[in-house]
Structure formats: structure tokens, C-alpha cells
Design a protein. Structure first.
Lengths: 315, 315
């Protein structure tokens, strides 16, 4: 990033705090705003702990320098003043989102662009009524965004192309990996891909073909390895001597046949959920969930460090 | 492994060679057999090169010791004599598989169990006619099995349970991660999960919603990170405060709605394949495919090393 930019974080829950780290780590001045009094200051204290963990994993330099760029502010106007970009991460309800976009609209500078962390609701559902709507879009992260760099940029029908490209440039500048949809679709890209795999995973358990544990193992010791550094298209491109067209002609019919053979049961019903939950709780008691989430974040940090090392050594 | 076991490798192409490394690395005596004269000796020479690469990545000790346990043999009878287990990896055609199982049946010891590397054809399609069929099943690996530890065990209706459990124990003893299906299903587990995700990926490109490249990025910078060490069920189990049941009740309806909204176009048609191929070839020219496959294997090796390190340091 050339000059120091100011970014506003609107909503300082788990997602907003993650974004604050992303922008401050990259050198931006970050204003933290939350509609609930005291929440922004509390968020900054939680961020301080997260920064210590990141430092311990070698993923950032000095936490103090990063933290010094993060400032809780008392009003939305103060947060947005002079900001090049605002990341909205309020509660995922359409009326809550509509309301905060009205409030943003009342005080926003004419140049500020606004990305919503919405994981499911498209921007068209909560920005139609605001004057600044051409500068609004969805910028959906994966949690926590400072470890999983993906961000999905999804324009509403009225989002201007310049906004998409400017937010893309900003996200790249702060170290994220933006992907772009041409228009809105339910679940965007990431959750659409996750949905079809999860649906099949539940179906396989429902049909009694395998345990949930063995399905997890199939992914973590098999499919997920390549996908963690190549994605599905590059994986098949390298899986036939003649590349992806060769692969598609050989295996397309098999995959279509498999997809056609998936049952259309009502899945995720209570009995099935109870079965899979019982299996999970046998592997991981409920009281160890929080501890295992810490383990997951450490693994994500170690994986991020690993990916950075191999990518740097390949240069 | 307690005492040194003998394993027969039947078919010494890419897959068979990978299996030879798995078993020899773990201390088994490995007999290499291929119906084509000279192929087994040639395979041993290729294995020697692969072992050098593995040594360079720190994934095995001395290549010489591993190689010393691998012996090309001239006949199937010689390969099978005294073997606790045989891994069949001949060409993926049902008549070819049927024929080799007839040949195996004619000379097999009464205790030897046989796993087929078949990636799509179930064991019921090529073992029904043989006397040893109760000791036959599918043991489907991902390539190369010495880097991706998953192996899918899929019994035919006549496979005895003792065979499944003995092969499971053997696979665990040699460092693989077996998963078990209760009965046959097209594509087994891994390719069923891959199929549904790939189908959706092609559909998203077909609908013009995103580029193939951005779909790959969505997986490699997002979804694939957690999946590479947790799998899909543990991922959602840790993605809601109350675990998987909490998650399923909150997000089940969204996923069902997404799955219901997938179009049922005829996909992978020639025009679509040509579009995605053009996009891939712009990113990776055809003449660089082979080089990129070497890169992929190095990345898989580095990832295997990384996973081993973090898992060991967690003990």
C-alpha cells in the first residue's frame, strides 16, 4: 500500500475483529465502531490477545505496532470520516443490515466504499434504499480472515464496476485473496461448493455407507490435501496426461453418473443430526469444543506459515 | 509391524509403484510382478528415483534400505508365494481385472488377501467367479499413496468381515489411513465427494458466475485449508458454539436451499470443456503440465512433512 489508508470496521464481533487485524497488519489506520457502547474498546482488548498468538506463530512482527493502528471510536461518523473503505460486520439479519446501511448512508464520505461481511444475504437485499448503493457490495471472508485469505466480492445489480475493482485492489494490497462473482447467487461461491459436498456427506451417513469420521478422514487424508494448494480445477488439470479436457472426457460421464445417483432424501433431519452428533461427541466431548477451536486456529496458523514458506522458497 | 511380512504388487504402473514404496518403506518384503515382460525391473528403476526425491524431502531415511526390500519377480506364483497380502493395480477395465483375478485365484495361498486399486469398478464386478473371493476387496488409494495416505476399503457382498479388518490393520501398520465403506457405491467415498463439488464447480462456470481460476482460489485460499486437516464434519462441528447439531439446525435450511438451486444442465459438454480448458491453458500452457505435476508432488511432500511435524509436536 502506498500511503496509509484509513479503514472503518463497523461491528466488532468475531468477524469485525478479524478484519481489524487484516487491515492493521497491512499498515492501515483502523477505526473500530460498534453500536453497542463499550464493545469497540473490548474488541481492541481481545485483538491484543489474538495478536500475541499470531506473533508466537511467526505470522506478524511486533503486536504493539499493529495494535497502535487500531482505534475504538464512539460514533459512526467518526469511524467513516476520511475512510477509503468500510467493512460492515453486523449481525446477519436482513433488517439489521438494512438499518446499519441507512445509518452509514447518512454520514458517509462521497469516496468511501463499503463491503459487507454477509455470508449469505446478498447486498441487493439491504442496500437498495441507500444513496451510496453503487459503492456497496458483499466482501465475504472466511473466519478468521487473517488466517484464511479468501474474500468473495459479490456486487449487487447496482454496484458500479469501479467499486468492485477498487475493493479488489485494496484486498490484494492488504494480503487477502479476492475472488469475484459476476452477479449474486445464493451462498456465493464458497458456501455453494461447501453445500454440495456437505449434502453428499450427510447423505452417505444417512444411507449407512460410512461413518462421519471416515468421511472426514477421506477428505483430510485424501481430497483436501491437493485442494489446500490447488483447488478442484487445477487438481483435475494435473490428473490426466492431456490436462483438463482429457480428464473431463474420460471422467465426465462417471461424475455425472455419481451425481445422478445421489438420493434426494430430506436430509439433516433431527434423527440424522442426532446420529452424527452422537458420533462427533464420542470423538470430541462437548466440553472440549472450545479447546479444539483453539487447536484448529493453531493448525490454520501453522498451515498459513507452511504455505508462506513453500511459496517464498519457490520464488 | 511385528515380523517382516511379504506383500505382492501385481501391476507395476504408476499406482503399483506407489504401493511398492508404501510397503517397502514400512519394512515389508515387496515382490513386484507385471504381466508385461521387463516391466517390473523397469518399475524398480523408476522407484529408485522416487525414493531419492522422498529422501530429499525428509520423508524417508536411506533409499537403499527401502529399495533392497523390493524384488521384481517373473511369475505371479512367485509373487504370491508366502504373501500376506497382494495389491492388484492392473489397467482399469473390468475384463482386465476379471482376468487377473482368475490368474491370482489359480496360484494364491489360502491365507493371502487381495486388495484392488480400482478407482471406480467395485470388486463385485470382477471377483464373483473366483474361489478366493471372500478374501478380495477394493483398496483404493489416491496417487501417490506414499504422500496421500487415504485408502478406501470397499467390500463386495461376499467379502468376509475378517478380510476387511485384517486389511485395515495391515494398512494402518504401514502408515496408511484406511476408511471403510459398509457396502459398494459408485465412486466409493472419495470420488462421490469430489464428484458433487466438481459438478457444482463446472455449473458455476457454465452459468458465468465466476471463472474457473476464482473457483480454484475459493478452495485453495478458503474451503480447502480446514479440510486438509479436519474434513467437512469436524469443520462444521467447530463452526457453531454448540457444535454440529447447533450448526445443522442453523444452516441446514440454507444448504438444502443451495443444493436445490443447482441447475441440472447437461454439464461437461464440449463447449464448456473448451472454455475451461482455454482458461487453464492461459494459466498453464500445455507444455508446462509435466513440470507442474512435479511441482504438485513437491507441494504434497512438503505438506506431508508439515502435517507430520505439527502432529508430532502436538503429542
Amino acid at each position: 500500500m502506498g500511503e496509509v489508508s484509513k479503514v472503518a470496521i463497523i461491528g466488532t464481533g468475531l468477524v469485525g475483529r478479524g478484519w481489524a487485524i487484516v487491515f492493521a497488519r497491512a499498515g492501515c489506520q483502523v477505526a473500530l465502531y460498534d453500536g453497542q457502547t463499550g464493545a469497540a474498546s473490548e474488541a481492541r482488548r481481545i485483538i491484543e490477545t489474538s495478536l500475541q498468538d499470531l506473533k508466537a506463530s511467526g505470522l506478524i512482527g511486533e503486536p504493539e505496532a499493529v495494535l497502535a493502528r487500531i482505534t475504538p471510536v464512539a460514533t459512526l461518523a467518526e469511524a467513516l470520516q476520511g475512510a477509503v473503505y468500510a467493512q460492515e460486520s453486523v449481525f446477519e439479519k436482513v433488517d439489521v443490515k438494512r438499518r446499519i446501511f441507512s445509518e452509514i448512508d447518512a454520514v458517509i464520505d462521497s469516496q468511501t466504499q463499503v463491503g459487507s461481511s454477509s455470508s449469505g444475504i446478498p447486498a441487493s437485499a439491504f442496500t437498495e434504499h441507500v444513496a451510496c448503493r453503487a459503492r456497496c457490495l458483499v466482501a465475504h471472508p472466511v473466519n478468521p480472515p487473517y488466517l484464511a485469505p479468501i474474500v468473495e466480492l459479490v456486487p449487487a445489480p447496482w454496484t458500479e464496476p469501479e467499486t468492485v475493482s477498487a475493493v479488489r485492489t485494496l484486498m490484494e494490497a492488504v494480503g487477502q485473496e479476492p475472488v469475484q462473482m459476476t452477479r449474486e447467487a445464493e451462498g456465493f461461491l464458497l458456501n455453494r461448493l461447501q453445500a454440495v459436498l456437505l449434502m453428499e456427506a450427510w447423505r452417505l451417513v444417512e444411507a449407512g455407507l460410512a461413518s462421519a469420521e471416515d468421511i472426514d478422514r477421506t477428505v483430510k487424508y485424501g481430497l483436501g490435501l491437493r485442494w489446500s494448494f490447488m483447488g478442484p480445477f487445477e487438481t483435475i488439470d494435473l490428473n490426466a496426461p492431456g490436462g483438463i479436457a482429457d480428464y473431463a472426457r474420460r471422467l465426465g460421464p462417471l461424475y455425472q453418473s455419481i451425481a445422478a445417483s445421489t438420493t434426494e432424501h430430506e436430509v439433516w433431519d433431527e434423527a440424522l443430526i442426532a446420529r452424527v452428533e452422537a458420533e462427533r461427541r464420542a470423538l470430541l466431548p462437548a466440553e472440549q469444543l472450545a479447546e479444539r477451536m483453539v487447536w484448529r486456529d493453531r493448525r490454520l496458523m501453522a498451515l498459513a506459515q507452511h504455505k508462506r514458506n513453500v511459496e517464498e522458497s519457490a520464488r
